[in-house]
Design a protein around this ligand. Structure first.
Ligand code: UTP
Length: 296
């Protein structure tokens, strides 16, 4: 089988309850880090990795997300008229080719595995990437590109992984490592949110390259941790059935933008990384820190 990966699934049908009340009317994926919605970071990462087809698994109330990808002709012609060429180029860089995006609906938030399964008719006998937009990763080359390069060597199924403190493993899918080859590990098992005895401190984060057989495993619609249909379980089934699953220790910093603290940390990191903001924003942060220290 060819090891090209040209399709990516973006499951965006979750309820986003940790950001209520904002998510009552604003999809979490439209929330903004500096001046770009989370979804734009995910799309940019996918494009950089050579993805050509973008499959969004959406749900009720995500209309703003679909609108975001429409070309904004009025805005473009107004920017052109007023000679704001930089802004015009910025806007155009977010335009997607006609037909490059497909939307499928998940009618009920039954879990990440179920959301991925909802895209099954758009994925044929091919490997597919999955990107969780809440996990924003600052890295060069971008995380998905690192994964596709590693996948070209290994084949199989690949997940992005990073070390977390042992006490935090209960919030993640965790790898049981059969063979540690440095950047790449071969898994002998995978457990979703282990309550006790985590098999390692290697947490799975929101980037995957799935072999076609993972979609078949999802057909079983097996309920797992928290009563949800878990993608982790369908990947663990791969190992049970004798197929390869690898983890890639990617290079880069991951922010959990599905949580408030993670979102704030990402705002600071991406703000400081911007040439036009770093001095003013950096000084402000230094002031805040010194006032805090003085108060201690
Ligand atoms: P989360 O576990 O962060 O859930 O989902 P959530 O609903 O988005 O947020 P909270 O926990 O209520 O605050 C991880 C990713 O999986 C998608 C979400 O949209 C998010 O990108 N997801 C999750 C689905 O698409 N469908 C589901 O049924 C569950």
């Amino acid at each position: 089988m060819s090891r090209k990966v040209t399709k990516a699934i973006f499951p965006v049908a979750g309820l986003g309850t940790r950001f209520l009340p904002a998510t009552k009317s604003v999809p979490k994926e439209i929330m903004t880090l500096v001046d770009r919605p989370l979804i734009q970071y995910a799309i940019d990462e996918a494009r950089a990795a050579g993805i050509e087809e973008f499959i969004f698994v959406t749900s009720r109330g995500k209309g703003a997300l679909e609108d975001y990808f429409d070309h904004s002709h009025e805005l473009e012609s107004s920017l052109k008229k007023s000679g704001k060429i930089d802004l015009l180029e910025l806007l155009r860089s977010t335009n997607m080719d006609s037909g490059a995006i497909a939307y499928v609906r998940q009618h009920k938030a039954l879990g990440l595995g179920h959301a991925v399964w909802c895209a099954r008719r758009l994925v044929h006998d091919e490997a597919v990437a999955v990107i969780l937009t809440d996990d924003v990763i600052m890295g060069e080359p971008p995380c998905l590109q690192q994964m596709i390069e590693a996948y070209q060597e290994t084949g199989g199924t690949m997940v992005a992984t990073m070390e977390v403190p042992m006490e935090k493993t209960k919030s993640y899918g965790v790898l049981d490592v059969a063979e540690d080859m440095g950047a790449i590990v071969r898994a002998r098992g995978m457990v979703e949110k282990p309550k006790e005895n985590p098999p390692s401190n290697l947490a799975v984060i929101g980037r995957y390259i799935l072999a076609p057989s993972v979609m078949e495993n999802l057909n079983k619609l097996k309920q797992g941790a928290g009563g949800e249909i878990q993608l982790t379980d369908a990947i663990a089934d791969e190992i049970e059935e004798g197929r390869d699953v690898f983890g890639l220790r990617f290079r880069g910093q991951r922010f959990d933008c599905g949580s408030k603290a993670g979102f704030l940390q990402a705002t600071v990191a991406f703000g400081l990384a911007r040439e036009e903001l770093k001095d003013e924003f950096g000084e402000y942060l230094a002031d805040v820190m010194s006032i805090r220290k003085a108060a201690e």
